[in-house]
Every structure is written in C-alpha cells, then in structure tokens.
Ligand binder design. Structure first.
Ligand code: GUN
Ligand code: ZN
Length: 434
C-alpha cells in the first residue's frame, strides 16, 4: 500500500544536546510523510512533494496536527499496570508491599493475557509504539505480552523475569529452570516478526550467583538478544549489593562480572554510579533508561543525563510503570525536564523528543529501523493534537517557534493529545474511532 500523511512533521536526526543544536532535527510546518508498505520513503515539505504524488497514493490529511516518530519506552513492567500510583514506600518496601503481590497474580494465565492486552492498548493510547518490557517470573507472562504486541504488529522487546532469591517463594524460579524457560522463549519469540527477547534478571539482589552466571551463559549463547535489568536505583539497594558482593568494585561490576554488560544491555535508573562505571558502561555499549516519574515517586534520586551523555552512554526515557506514574512519554519527558532543572541542567524540548524517539532507538540498538523518518525506517508514528484541550489550544496560539510549541505540548499534554498512533502505516489507535 502507498500512503501519504500530511501534517506538521518533526523528527530528530541526532542528539540536539543541552543547547538544542538546530541541525539535529528536521521540521516541516506543512509536511508530507510518504510510506510504502509500512516503510518511510520520504519526509519533506508538502509543497514540494504534493505535485509529485501519484493518483494511486492514499492521502491522509491532519490539519493543525503534528506528526512525530512513535514514542519508545525503554523500561516498563506490564504486570504492574494495576498498582500504578501506590502510596508511600521507597523501592525495597514498595517491591514487597505492592509489586510482588501484583506480579504473583499473573500465575493465572487468563489474567496475564488480559493485563498484557490492556497494557498494549494503553501504550498505543499514549503514542508508544515500541517498549522494552519486564514480564513476571512466569514464562507465560512473556507469551502474553508478545501475543498482545503481535496482535498490533508492534516492535516490542520483552522477557520473563529471572529471580530466585530475596523474594516471595511463589515468585521464584531457579538457575536451571530460569535458563531453560528463557532459552525456550528466545527460540519462540526472538526475531519472530518485529519481536525481540530480553534476558531479564530483575536485579542483582534477587538472583543467586548461580542464576546470574546462567543468565550470562545464555547471553553469550545469544549475542543478539537484549539484557534488561535494574541498576543503582536506590541507596539502600546499592548498600545491600555492596554487602552481598564484597569483591565487586561496584554494582555495575557485578553485572559485568557475570557477562551481562554488553551491547543491547539496558539498565534502568543508573542513579548512583561513578565516572568509572560510566566509562565502563559506555565502552561496553550498555544503555541507560532514564525513568524520572519513577525516580521522583519512589524518592530514588536524580538522573545525571549530562554526565551519562558526556561519557558516551546511550540513553532513552523509560516510564517504569508501576513505580513510574504514567505510561505517557510526554509526561515522562516533562518530569525529566524538572529532574534536570533541579540539578541546574537544561532539557530543551528537542532533546526531550530525542530521548523519547531516536535516543531511545539508539539505546535499544533499533535505530536502523525506528526512531525517526529517514527513508527505509518503519513507519511508526504519532499524530499529536496541540488543540485537544482548551488550555493547550490557547497555549499553542501563544507560541512562536516549534521549540516553544513542543515544550509547551510536552509539559501539558496527556492522552487526549494523541489523536492517532500508527504502527507500520496502520492506525492502531485513533481518538475519532473511540
Ligand atoms: N528493582 C527491582 N525490581 C524493580 C521494580 O519492579 N521496579 C523498580 N522501579 N525497580 C526495581
Ligand atoms: Zn523497573
């Protein structure tokens, strides 16, 4: 199928940095996105491209709307959907009080499937077209999220959680069964259409040394699968890791020791780490998921984006629901701005957009196929409506540049402002159809 989408078009070409380098993005106020069989063939000015359109190309026009690449969530837990916004604890108590009981409910296959479908619907409602997703310890939780994503043709990476210690007995696997189940899931789902598998040790606190070693062995046997875990989120957690692994230099060193730090390793949070860790992470090709709503909500700390980027680490935004408080990457970007402001750093809107799109694609090593509108990329995109609420309509009229308009939108938007979400050129969510 040959399609053309007309609206304002905005995408990033590289990291705009703290000073928002203008050459890092392209903006077409009256733009046209050409898509052939779900693949972008061109993005440019409508005035230049419209005269060349063949009669057989289907034209969709979105006057007053802004098309950006589909948002990419670099870290989220689908089984925690129903405990989002749970009161009052920091990480370790929060896990025991809220997250683990919620995850135990997914022992039930039907419930796991229902939550996975609801979760994917929520992603699309928020303009998210790709995510790196934690399941639960149950192997069927990975089947559930992959099936739900496949039903919408989404590019999604997920894994069954590995956890065999310091957690409730009903949520434990063991080193042997965790390895075996993960391997079977890799064979079933990795590179199955747009899906990918992530070996998912929850964090070093909940895996025995035998399990971490088994996870590393599995990673070595499958060099192109992802590794997805948590790192240095909370000071109590970091102290506990130091106590459990006294011979390791740092928390990151634990993962490196077990072969879990490499290209396509994604670490959520990365709040309490030093420059040696940053250098090592960059050199090995590991990536960080910056999860501001979670970090503020759980009182974990402030992500140092400039230090991470200066070290050369790939970074994307993560919602970290249910520790995070929204599945919207626009709300997440807005909280990221505040986190950086508190540290006397800037986060211009273009850099926030980068972290939610191309930067996230780079963090996931998926920038060859998603993240912006260069020719050959998959046509995953969001149609944003700056006038979806009376307040944002007023605010939009008072802006005089795309940077200003984008910043106001990211700061004020919610899911009403996602007019439609397209996956490979097909509308998978549309407010008009609701
Ligand atoms: N660290 C280990 N497990 C979790 C989790 O489920 N959420 C968050 N935010 N941090 C974790
Ligand atoms: Zn998490």
């Amino acid at each position: 199928m040959r399609q053309a989408f007309r609206a304002s078009l905005l995408h990033c070409l590289s990291d705009p940095g703290e000073d928002s380098r203008p050459s890092a993005h392209e903006y077409f106020e009256d733009g046209l996105l050409l898509v052939d069989d779900g693949i972008v063939t061109k993005a440019g000015d409508a005035a230049a491209l419209l005269p060349e359109l063949d009669a057989d190309r289907k034209l969709c026009e979105f006057p007053g709307k802004l098309i950006v690449p589909g948002f990419i969530d670099c870290h989220v837990h689908f089984p925690q959907l129903d405990i989002i916004g749970s009161y009052g604890e920091q990480l370790l108590d929060w896990l025991h009080r809220y997250a683990y009981p919620a995850e135990a409910l997914l022992a039930d296959d039907d419930y796991a499937n229902e939550v996975a479908r609801a979760f994917v619907d929520e992603l699309l409602l928020n303009g998210t077209t790709t995510a790196l997703v934690f399941g639960t310890v149950h192997a069927h939780s990975a089947d559930a999220i992959f099936e739900a994503a496949q039903a919408h043709d989404m590019r999604l990476v997920a894994g069954k959680v590995l956890m065999d210690s310091n957690c409730p007995p009903e949520l434990r696997d063991d080193a042997v069964s965790g390895y075996r189940d993960s391997k079977q899931l890799i064979e079933r789902w990795h590179n199955n259409g747009r899906l990918g598998y992530a070996i998912t040790p929850r964090f070093a606190l909940t895996s025995s040394e035998a399990q971490l070693a088994a996870a590393g062995k599995l990673a070595a046997e499958h060099p192109d699968v992802w590794v997805h875990t948590h790192l240095a989120e909370n000071t109590e957690e970091v102290e506990e890791i130091a106590r459990l692994f006294p011979s390791r230099r740092s928390y990151l060193d634990v993962y490196e020791h077990y072969g879990l730090l490499r290209e396509r390793s994604v670490f959520a949070h990365c709040l309490h780490m030093d420059d040696t860790d940053r250098k090592t992470m960059a050199a090995r090709g590991g990536a960080a998921a910056f999860c501001p709503t979670s970090n503020l909500f759980l009182g974990s700390g402030l992500f140092d984006l400039p230090a991470m980027r200066a070290a050369g680490i790939r970074c994307g935004l993560g919602t970290d629901v249910g520790g995070g408080t929204s599945l919207s990457l626009m709300k997440t970007a807005s909280e990221a701005y505040k986190v950086l402001h508190l540290q006397e750093h800037a986060l211009p809107a273009m850099r926030a957009l980068f972290l939610a799109t191309l930067g996230a694609a780079e963090a996931l090593y998926l920038d060859d196929c998603i993240g912006n509108f260069l020719p050959g990329k998959e046509a995953d995109f969001v149609v944003l409506d700056p006038e979806a609420s009376s307040l944002t309509a007023r605010r939009a009229r008072a802006t005089s540049s795309i940077d200003e308009a984008l910043f106001a939108l990211l700061t004020l938007a919610d899911d009403r402002h996602v007019a439609a979400t397209y996956v490979r050129g097909v509308a998978r969510h549309s407010r008009q159809q609701r």
